[in-house]
Design a binder for this molecule. Structure first.
Ligand code: GDP
Ligand code: IMO
Ligand code: MG
Length: 423
């Protein structure tokens, strides 16, 4: 069974936790887009791991983890992640595969990302990790790929060519001194040496695995509404975070995909700028942020919080072909008298039940809520762990009916044990 797992909101839905759970039954786990703007948290035993580039299935012995061609790689971050895992006693021998076609983030990408953001009148809220500029270079065909780090001549020519143009732009537009060729060249050639045994043809590897009836789990980064096409553009990331991105970013054909699972929080969060119709007023946002520890796994920024927006998630179900959902962080809503679900938007006196493409409409939309009774304890009796509070069940049933997708996993805490599988 080949499964794509995607975020159904604005990222940080708990994909890392759910991937770690599902990885038990997979042979390969594949990241297919994004870069180290992602931060995926897995809690195993008493330890918390935050993965930025390495797939969240890596903690399971014997599983092969691939970084696909659609990912953009900052080699320094990848190296740190590898070293941290080794330090934690995780054996990586023959388990990590990096696509030779994946593009590389260079120092000028990161600085450009940050300089552009300072010049913008309407800030995006980028993580500043160089993701956008790296994907831009890929698209305008001057990017440097992992395979290029293995060939000193190719790397020299490409880097020289890039710096010739970029240094002029840095100096003239941004009053920045620009970048020294030799330093970057030496540093990145060295990364090539370090990663040479991991770099391979992952598209061939994955297709051979499918031929041998192995199971592949595709791990999305970001979320549907950060997708470059379908997200709240321009307040999005620069890759295809929706399910289609899994095929492009791995070289696996759509006809090989068996199922798409969406992950959504029981409420909504967003890091960075952009419209957010169901956002809480700031006082209540703080209560939920503190309870849910809603601070970015990559930048530590406070996440904006709001009610569950079923207009959005319904759109995510449609765009990704989601047939099953994992709902996370139900426990964070404990203790509230009433829970709200946004079921429509009101704009210019009219009611909308579909997600608008026009950002102005979204920005000026007022949420329409349905209210439900809350719950005190999500799981009232620990001896009957599979039992949820009746009001939680009512909430989940309501979401299921609105979204027309089966909720198969419910997460009530960050650890593996705090997971309930529904038939
Ligand atoms: P991702 O980017 O989608 O992988 O999500 P993040 O790791 O950035 O953010 C999700 C956060 O919620 C992490 O700190 C998880 O450990 C935590 N988490 C996941 N599921 C649950 C849950 O059911 N309850 C609680 N309280 N925390 C959870
Ligand atoms: P995971 O995989 C939440 C947001 C940033 C910013 C916008 C653009 O952990 O769910 P970028 O660095 O791509 O230029 O940032 O996208 N963003 C995320 N928000 N979770 C993420 O990843 C995100 N990756 C990017 O905050 O608003
Ligand atoms: Mg995250």
């Amino acid at each position: 069974m080949n499964i794509i797992l995607v975020g159904a909101q604005w990222g940080d839905e708990g994909k890392g936790k759910i991937v770690d759970i599902l990885a038990k039954d997979a042979d390969y786990i594949v990241r297919y887009q994004g870069g180290n703007n992602a931060g995926h948290t897995v809690v195993a035993g008493n330890k918390e791991y935050i993965f930025h580039l390495i797939p969240s299935g890596i903690l399971h012995k014997g599983k092969i983890c691939c970084i696909g061609n659609g990912v953009v790689i900052d080699p320094a971050i990848l190296l740190k992640e590898l070293r941290d895992l080794r330090f934690a006693g995780i054996n990586l021998t023959n388990r990590l595969k990096i696509s030779s076609l994946a593009h590389v983030i260079l120092p000028y990408h990161k600085i450009l990302d940050q300089l552009r953001e300072t010049k913008r009148a309407h800030k995006i809220g980028t993580t500043g990790r160089g993701i956008g500029p790296c994907y831009a270079d890929k698209t305008i065909r001057c990017g440097i790929r992992m395979v290029d780090l293995l060939n000193s001549g190719v790397l020299r020519d490409k880097l020289k060519d890039n710096l010739k143009e970029k240094n002029e732009i840095f100096k003239k537009v941004y009053k920045h001194p620009g970048f020294n060729f030799s330093r970057i060249y030496k540093e990145y050639l060295n990364y090539g040496r370090i990663f040479s045994s991991y770099i391979c043809n992952t598209q061939r590897l994955l297709n051979s695995a499918i031929g041998e009836k192995k199971d592949i789990l595709f791990e999305g980064a970001q979320g549907t509404f950060l997708d470059i096409d379908f997200g709240t553009y321009p307040f999005v990331t620069s890759s295809s975070a929706t399910a289609g991105g899994a095929c492009i970013g791995s070289g696996v054909s759509p006809v090989r995909i068996n199922k798409v699972i969406g992950v959504a929080k029981a409420y909504t969060t967003r890091v960075g700028e952009g419209p957010f119709p169901a956002e809480f007023p700031s006082k209540f946002a703080k209560v939920i942020r503190d309870k849910g520890n809603e601070f970015g796994a990559t930048t530590g920024r406070p996440r904006r919080c709001g009610w569950f927006d079923s207009v959005m998630v319904k759109e995510a179900v449609l765009l990704n072909g989601i047939s099953e959902l994992a709902i996370t962080k139900i426990d964070v809503l404990e203790g509230l008298k009433t829970i709200k679900i946004c079921t429509a938007y009101k704009y210019k006196g009219k009611l909308f039940r579909e997600f608008p493409a026009d950002l102005q409409a979204l920005k000026n939309s007022k949420p329409v809520y349905e209210e439900m009774a809350g719950w005190d304890k999500t799981v009232p009796n620990l001896c009957h762990y599979q039992k949820l509070h009746p009001n939680v069940n009512k909430y989940l049933k309501k979401l299921q009916d609105i979204l027309n997708a089966k909720i198969s996993i419910v997460s009530v805490g960050s650890s593996r044990e705090d997971t309930i599988f529904l038939d």
